[in-house]
Design a binder for this molecule. Structure first.
Ligand code: NAP
Ligand code: F7E
Length: 345
């Protein structure tokens, strides 16, 4: 009989890639949607799996939604990917973020403990928990120092998973994933914003790409690689926590240069801080400006992951490097921008 799996947040980037992987492995995939979800289909349709998902309603802030779902379906595995995942927004919605990204995790593990103890659980933890980094390369043993309400909420989710595993011997694992991107990345996140806006500028459909702090650096991988790591975590005899990362870190500015080059722009930077601009040398036009509205009250300056444990125990490693990742995103956004009425705007 096919294994039954629940993917919360199936309409998001990781949910789409993970559900495709699990369907290929023969799972019966249940995916959650909210009544308020506006465009539930586009990522799943892009990957050609929409029709294969069994949709169930779930609003994470409703405690009984989680309890009823866990009890009713007796899943073999649950991947909890649903979250308010935008760090900047968490500064404006700290309590909502705490509920969705923190307390809801406790609702899941408690529902599993009470009603479906055989269910294996994956929690989507994050490198944002390292925040103001305490070691040059961050691993499972690095101390956390969260720098946003998002990271604080995720830290609660992370520790409640550890606590339930240790208290009740549950198969509950936490993946501490560094940034991972794709053509399906939400438009509010910086890599996708860059590839999308530059593609629109190329086709004359936008004048300026506005950014915030270009000096922070991130360890960016490809989402398709990272969902394989999630799956591998739940196939282990014992649950544990694992970092997934590429081991390379790149500044926002360098990602802009990389994507711009792939589109055919040649950027020259002028000015400093809020007055910095990026000029396309070929056209002489200013196409990048700083808008301080994108600055965060507290920034995570550098993230650089050490995923040796996952590489050794799970046999996991990322296959797609940054140049190829940027290229995948640029190609998709160039297609969408060229044909704007079909694009996701
Ligand atoms: P995403 O694209 O923003 O997707 C988030 C998903 O959560 C969407 O399906 C969204 O549903 C759902 N959701 C949000 N609030 C909800 C609520 N109150 N009730 C039910 N569902 C809700 O995120 P992602 O990039 O795929 O990331 C997946 C998970 O990994 C998240 O937990 C994120 O925090 C974590 N993470 C991501 C990264 C990364 O670099 N991508 C790195 C580390 C950890 P709607 O479609 O209805 O909005
Ligand atoms: O920002 C800077 C910004 O929003 C990256 C989420 O998936 O990964 C993601 O969180 C950096 C920050 O991702 C803009 O200040 C400059 O330093 O793409 P981001 P994030 O905050 O790292 C982690 C691992 C998660 O868990 C999260 O769920 O880019 N930046 N200018 C900008 N960022 C945005 N969004 N927009 C700008 O205009």
């Amino acid at each position: 009989m096919a294994k039954k799996v629940l993917v919360t947040g199936v309409t998001g980037q990781d949910g789409a890639y993970l559900s495709k992987l699990l369907l290929e492995k023969g799972y019966e995939v249940y995916g959650t949607k909210r009544r308020t979800s506006s465009e539930i289909a586009w990522r799943l349709e892009y990957l050609g799996v929409y029709k294969d998902i069994r949709f169930v309603d779930l609003e994470l802030t409703e405690p009984h939604n989680i309890f009823n779902l866990v009890q009713k379906y007796q899943f073999d595995e649950i991947y909890n990917l649903a979250a308010q995942s935008f760090v900047r927004a968490s500064f404006d919605q700290p309590l909502y973020t705490a509920d969705v990204d923190g307390i809801a995790v406790a609702r899941f593990v408690e529902a599993i403990r009470q009603t479906s103890p055989q269910t294996k659980f994956y929690q989507a933890s994050t490198s944002e928990m390292f925040g103001k980094i305490q070691e040059e390369k961050q691993s499972e043993t690095t101390a956390f120092y969260p720098r946003s309400p998002y990271a604080v909420a995720k830290l609660y989710g992370h520790w409640i998973v550890v606590n339930y595993r240790e208290s009740y011997n549950m198969h509950a694992s936490s993946g501490i994933l560094f940034n991972h991107e794709s053509p399906l990345r939400g438009e509010e996140f910086v890599t996708r914003k860059i590839t999308k806006h530059l593609a629109e500028i190329h086709y004359g459909k936008r004048d300026i790409l506005e950014l915030g702090n270009m000096d922070s650096t991130r360890d960016w991988g490809f989402a398709g690689d990272y969902v394989e790591g999630m799956y591998l975590m739940l196939q282990q005899p014992k649950a544990d926590d694992y970092v997934l990362a590429t081991g390379e870190t790149t500044s926002i500015r360098d990602f802009v240069i990389l994507a711009a080059k792939q589109i055919g722009f040649d950027i020259e930077w002028q000015g400093k801080a809020e007055n910095e601009i990026g000029i396309d040398c070929k056209s002489g036009k200013t196409i990048i400006k700083i808008n301080p509205v994108h600055y965060r009250p507290a920034e995570v300056d550098v993230l650089l992951g050490d995923s040796s444990k996952a590489r050794k125990i799970l046999g996991w490693k990322p296959k797609v490097g940054l140049e190829k990742l940027a290229n995948m995103m640029v190609e998709a956004d160039m297609k969408w921008a060229a044909c704007i009425e079909q694009a996701r705007y």
